[in-house]
Design a protein around this ligand. Structure first.
Ligand code: AMP
Ligand code: ZN
Ligand code: FE
Ligand code: FE
Length: 286
């Protein structure tokens, strides 16, 4: 069993990259992808630890692309080359989007008489990627809310008292940059698109396919059996790779590594993904 969707302290998870790898080994997983939001800062550490422990490892990244509310469109990039200059440009742009947004959230919270500072939030984050879950963790610790979810509902999610959006890449641009960085773009947790009907979902998938989408995340903590069957059929129909992961965030999310809504993710998903990445590299080298 494997996990192709996980976050570390490099973004908004609570375990260090090497700790995520060690947990994967403890859980008996045979392969892992680290997919931190907007950064590859954790990849070197995770990759070295995976190598040491004999765990198959894929470098990854997760990007939130432009998409109308209330849904969100996240793209996973697998097999990206950490040395790629395109990738470096992309992560720089994405971090600027966060750095422009986060002080607005903190200002608004302060106006609402919440005692919180940008310094505290940066300390909470540790790394370069400062996200809303870090703010949520502080709100919870200080007793302003009872849970991370409540922090989002009341303050941080769209419609919340201190919600601000960040500048995003268009899906076309995000997919293009993942491809140019040697990676394969995969649509993450399609349920979070909050589509009105199946036709709308298919239209989104088709549009992304036209600009280079390679896969779809079939198994995820937010997907039930019915959705998994539906996304699996969609993948087959469009010739998309199937992936799966828990979206593990350590203590920031009630999700266990290697288990997605009670389900395990088959090894076969990793093997097909790896084969597709290698195949594309071989074609590109010709
Ligand atoms: P950010 O990257 O700062 O925009 O924060 C997005 C991250 O916050 C997501 O990837 C999730 O990990 C988390 N998140 C988003 N919405 C919620 C929610 N309603 N409840 C809990 N966590 C959420
Ligand atoms: Zn996250
Ligand atoms: Fe996501
Ligand atoms: Fe994620």
């Amino acid at each position: 069993m494997i996990d192709l969707h996980s976050h570390s302290t490099a973004s908004d998870g609570t375990l260090a990259p090497a700790e995520v790898v060690r947990l994967a080994v403890d859980r008996g997983l045979s392969a892992l992808a680290l997919t931190d939001h907007d950064t590859i800062d954790g990849i070197a550490e995770a990759s070295a630890e995976a190598n040491r422990l004999g765990l198959d490892f894929l470098p990854g990244i997760e990007i939130s692309a432009e998409y109308p509310h209330p849904g969100t469109l996240h793209l996973l990039g697998y097999g990206i080359d950490p040395q790629s200059s395109i990738l470096r440009d992309m992560t720089k742009t994405l971090l600027e989007g966060r750095d422009n947004r986060n002080p607005k959230i903190i200002d608004k919270l302060q106006k609402l008489n919440v005692a919180i500072t940008m310094d505290e939030v940066e300390r909470e984050a540790g790394g370069n990627v400062v996200g809303r879950p870090h703010i949520a963790a502080i709100l919870m610790r200080k007793g302003y809310v009872g849970s991370i979810k409540q922090a989002f509902d009341k303050y941080l999610a769209p419609g919340g008292l201190a919600y601000f959006d960040k500048e995003r890449l268009s899906p076309v641009k995000a997919i293009g940059m993942i491809l140019e960085s040697g990676g394969l773009p995969v649509l993450a947790h399609p349920i979070q698109l909050r589509y009105q009907n199946d036709a709308q979902l298919e239209r989104v998938v088709k549009d992304l396919l036209d600009v280079g989408l390679a896969g779809i995340e079939v198994i995820h903590s937010d997907h039930d059996a019915k959705l998994i069957a539906q996304y699996s059929a969609l993948a087959d129909r469009f010739g998309l790779i199937k992936t799966g992961g828990s979206d593990f965030h350590g203590a920031n999310k009630k999700v266990d590594l290697g288990i997605a809504n009670g389900r395990r993710i088959p090894r076969e998903y990793f093997d097909s993904l790896l084969a597709a990445i290698q195949n594309r590299k071989a074609v590109a080298a010709k």
